[in-house]
Design a protein around this ligand. Structure first.
Ligand SMILES: [Zn+2]
Length: 508
């Protein structure tokens, strides 16, 4: 009988997935809750992941013709009111600035004063404030397309928050573009969705399903919303990025007009698209294990932990000299276009403590350097994707190649296991009872990990979607692209005719 293996993270994923998630973040020292309710402090190891995401995506945006700019964090309430559906969608989660000053309250404290004539909304998204600028910038078809991206922070007043997944303030990028025609704007919307899915798979090792949102999940004010959805290890879906085709809605409310090629004035067509620090939550939940964080090498803050081991001063001098030589040898290496970084860990801790520290932080490779390695001109290397005790002796002359190739190999492995996990937990369901069983845990009081992606028929009626959501907390994650989903069938809820399968799942 298998003995219960001790794990670095308790509880395990199986025992309590959501607590496991919090503990992985804590053990890897990625972020913590702040005293400001609902807001997080992103710590250096977590922020470095975000900076990597930012740097890679920024390059991809540039390569597709976009330029960065920055717009105010405050949006006048009157701007917001211009797009009715947009207001309704965000009204319940706005932070509003109503005063501009503090005054002595006469009791040793301060009171707010200087009430503003018009309140400002702290941006929950920037369509309206950016639209106001675009209205000034766009006059002629010659000004189009206008392709702008902003890196910023966003505030959405969430009551129930979770680090990286849902916080009152978070970091993101928002692309905003203006086009001459329906077609141009639609091409842009789909192009940026492709950029996101390409990024998710190539860098985050996160396989995604691309598709369109149903009316109920559409961005407030958009004509259509496209998304990438990924599967977490608790078999729930996480929306990892969205791209919105805004039609002429925001152009009309913001007054973005231009003289077209025929000399007539018409409203422009706009898009917006974004990903956020939520992607870090996706990374954690898709790849990590019961020993802590597992990072795809291409977004890891560092790739190699160098752990010198010695017992006395005599050994120390020789080992450190050798270890620094290796550090130097690894400098300037690249995994494709990604620079490989090492962390030199010579802290006064046992080698086991240092090893576990880096295992929990998800560093891809650990290199131990002891006296025997010095004399043997080799090192012991351990991979994060293998058992902690599984170490391989690598000769120094082979180390450079080994590191680069192993990191590339790990990047592929992480993607492949996520793909395999998703395909194991994605099933076609055509029977209503089977569908309901699929999403009903055996232990209702303390639900075990269950469900997955159900690829089922839907008639297109909101009522069926709504009923399933009420019954099971399961939603249509997207109407997926791809011919393989198009076929005649019967709606999983009402039995009426359906022309396409959609992706159902529980979600974050
Ligand atoms: Zn139906």
């Amino acid at each position: 009988m298998a003995k219960n293996k001790k794990t670095a993270i308790e509880p395990t994923r199986e025992d309590n997935y959501s607590e496991w998630y919090q503990q992985v973040i804590k053990a890897a020292d990625l972020a913590e809750n702040s005293d400001v309710r609902g807001c997080m402090v992103i710590k250096p190891w977590g922020y470095a992941i975000w900076e990597n995401i930012q740097r890679i995506l920024d390059t991809m945006f540039r390569e597709t013709g976009h330029k960065n700019a920055y717009f105010p964090i405050f949006i006048p309430k009157s701007y917001f009111e211009k797009e009715a559906e947009h207001v309704e969608g965000f009204a319940k989660e706005c932070a509003i600035v109503t005063h501009s000053r503090l005054e002595n309250d006469g009791h040793g404290g301060l009171k707010v004063a200087g009430e503003l004539t018009e309140p400002y909304i702290v941006r929950p998204t920037s369509e309206t404030i950016i639209g106001a600028s675009f209205a000034k910038w766009v006059n002629s078809y010659r000004d189009l397309p206008l392709l702008i991206n902003q890196w910023a922070n966003i505030v959405r007043w969430e009551m129930r928050t979770r680090l990286f997944l849902r916080t009152a303030e978070f970091l993101w990028q928002e692309g905003h573009t203006v086009h001459e025609s329906y077609d141009d704007a639609m091409v842009e919307t789909r192009k940026m969705l492709d950029v996101y899915s390409d990024f998710a798979e190539r860098y985050l090792a996160l396989p995604v399903i691309k598709g369109e949102k149903t009316d109920s999940e559409r961005f407030p004010g958009a004509v259509s919303t496209y998304c990438i959805e990924s599967m977490m290890q608790d078999k729930k879906a996480l929306q990892s990025g969205t791209s919105h085709f805004l039609g002429q809605n925001f152009a009309k409310s913001s007054g973005i007009k231009f003289q077209n090629r025929a000399g007539e004035i018409e409203h422009a067509w706009t898009t917006s698209w974004g990903v956020s620090t939520r992607l870090i939550g996706a990374l954690i939940m898709a790849h990590s294990d019961d020993n802590g964080l597992v990072l795809p090498p291409k977004v890891a803050p560092a790739h190699v932990a160098l752990i010198p081991i010695y017992r006395n001063d005599e050994e120390k001098a020789a080992v450190l000299e050798f270890a620094h030589k290796i550090e130097l040898q690894l400098k300037g290496l690249y995994l494709d276009e990604i620079k490989i970084y090492s962390e030199f860990d010579d802290r006064d801790l046992t080698s086991s403590e240092r090893n576990w520290y880096w295992i929990k932080k998800g560093i891809p490779l650990r290199i131990e350097i002891g006296p025997r390695d010095v004399s043997g001109n080799s090192v012991m290397v351990a991979r994060r994707d293998k058992d902690g005790r599984d170490k391989e002796s690598i000769a120094i002359e082979d180390l450079t190649n080994y590191v680069v190739q192993t990191l590339a190999n790990m990047q592929d492995n992480i993607l492949n296991s996520a793909l395999e996990f998703r395909s194991q937990n994605t099933i076609k369901i055509d029977d209503t009872k089977q569908f309901y069983d699929f999403y009903t845990p055996r232990n209702v009081a303390q639900p075990e990990i269950h469900g997955g992606f159900a690829v089922s028929h839907w008639c297109g009626e909101s009522a069926c979607e709504e009923q399933i959501k009420t019954d099971l907390k399961v939603t249509i994650r997207c109407i997926p692209f791809g011919d393989e989903y198009i076929e005649e069938g019967e709606c999983i809820k009402c039995g009426k005719v359906s022309h396409k399968r959609v992706i159902f799942a529980k979600s974050y």
